[in-house]
Design a protein around this ligand. Structure first.
Ligand code: PLP
Length: 408
């Protein structure tokens, strides 16, 4: 996971559009937009120019107390203007995990401010990934929780596809103890699981009925990956909070944040006697915000929202041709520019095949994918061409063939 401790196996030296080059000058297709984030593609000089201009105007100045800066204010207003959240307010952070931390604390603090301090429990979904800070680790998958000793106890997970299970869990814990429910629009790192079309409208209604905040983790799904701004518009819901990061700058610089409804912010917003004390040195960093603004300009100017719906459709058609491969159990695609090709249980358990082998074979053939224990994941930049998608699919097929030839 960490190249510093593992050894620098694959040194990425340069990138342009959807292509990468390693230190030896060999070229690869970036099938994952790095870690789900490079939505506008690599090497955009507009973002570099905006960053240079900002650094030479006001490099950095922390947003705290009365202090603000132009890019942070402009970015917040722009994000709020598109957010499907009632009376939205924006809190900027440095990334996804930090934003989950912010949303979790804000949810608890909100209920405490309303006189319900027992509402601290957070429910998330199986396969959900919410970063590796305190709350995110506590809400996350077992393999990310192990070995750290006691985590935050007031957390639990429910199956990702069942509204009934969520209701039972709220009843088990007691609604008077539940602060919030966290969900990704489409589960990403956990293996690309899209919801049933009415799942989120039912969840939103359920949460409202029980007085549980509904928090959407759109760290992967926002900024065009689902064809819209925040990854939930296509499901027709208005969450209490949206957490974002990654695609807001396409990863050119670190930035994240939380968009919260005014109702949740109001007990603290402009109430010096009752502040929400939670901030970090680099939150609202003007240079990162300038990168975000230039990135959003590109998304809008090139209408990558619409383009991504076409990429989503082509990715789906292309990858489904792998369904007949003997090593493939399932292709999950068709909702967002993200997909998983899951290997059969027989391949994994009986033949001892690992997804890492497939990943290595694909990389040796010039395509970078992502391996999780049971599947290969894809999330190319939104500017990927259909030809590049087909190249990714055919390369994955030859990688699977090579692994099959070795084991079967
Ligand atoms: N939430 C989701 C859905 C993510 O996919 C990630 C990172 O992959 C995070 C939160 C954590 O973001 P970060 O790595 O910026 O802390």
């Amino acid at each position: 996971m960490n190249t510093v401790s593992k050894g620098p196996e694959f040194v990425v030296a340069r990138a342009e559009g959807a292509w990468l080059w390693d230190e030896h000058g060999d070229r690869y297709l970036d099938g994952t937009a790095s870690l789900w984030y490079c939505n506008v593609g690599h090497g955009r000089t507009e973002i570099a120019d905006a960053v240079h201009k900002q650094i030479t105007t006001l490099d950095a100045y922390t947003v705290y107390g009365d202090f603000a800066n132009g890019p942070a204010l402009e970015l917040s207003a722009r994000l709020a203007s598109h957010a499907p959240v009632a009376d939205p307010r924006v809190i900027l952070t440095c990334g996804g995990g930090e934003s989950i931390e912010t949303a979790s604390k804000l949810a608890r603090r909100y209920w405490a401010a309303l006189g319900s301090p027992s509402k601290t429990h957070l429910i998330s979904r199986t396969g959900g990934y919410h970063g590796l800070h305190g709350f995110g680790t506590s809400m996350g998958m077992d393999r990310f929780r192990a070995g750290f000793g006691p985590l935050i106890e007031q957390t639990s997970v429910v199956p990702h596809d069942s509204v009934e299970a969520l209701e039972q869990e709220i009843q088990r814990v007691g609604p008077e103890n539940v602060a919030a429910f966290f969900a990704e629009p489409v589960i990403g790192a956990g293996g690309v699981y899209a919801p049933e079309p009415d799942y989120f409208t039912r969840v939103a209604e359920l949460c409202r009925g029980y007085g549980v905040l509904f928090i959407v983790d759109s760290v992967i799904c926002a900024f065009g990956r689902m064809g819209d701004w925040f990854g939930v518009e296509r499901f027709g819901v208005s969450p209490d909070m949206i957490v974002f990061a990654k695609g807001v700058t396409s990863g050119y610089l670190p930035l994240g944040g939380v968009i919260t409804s005014g109702e949740i912010a109001d007990p603290f917003w402009n109430h010096p006697g009752n502040p929400f004390i939670h901030g970090t040195t680099y939150a609202g960093h003007p240079t990162c915000c300038a990168a975000a603004l230039a990135n959003l300009d590109i998304l809008e100017r090139e209408d990558l929202f619409t383009a991504s719906l076409e990429v989503e459709a082509h990715l789906d058609v292309s990858l489904r041709t792998l369904e007949d491969h003997p090593l493939v159990r399932e292709v999950r695609s068709g909702v967002g520019v993200m997909a998983a090709v899951e290997l059969t249980e027989k391949a994994l358990m009986e033949h001892g095949i690992t997804t890492d082998e497939v990943f290595q074979e694909a990389r040796a053939r010039g395509v970078v994918l992502r391996a999780i224990p049971t599947a290969l994941l894809m999330s190319p930049p939104l500017i990927v061409s259909w030809q590049q998608i087909d190249h990714m699919t055919s390369t994955l097929r030859s990688a699977l063939d090579a692994v099959a030839a070795r084991h079967l």
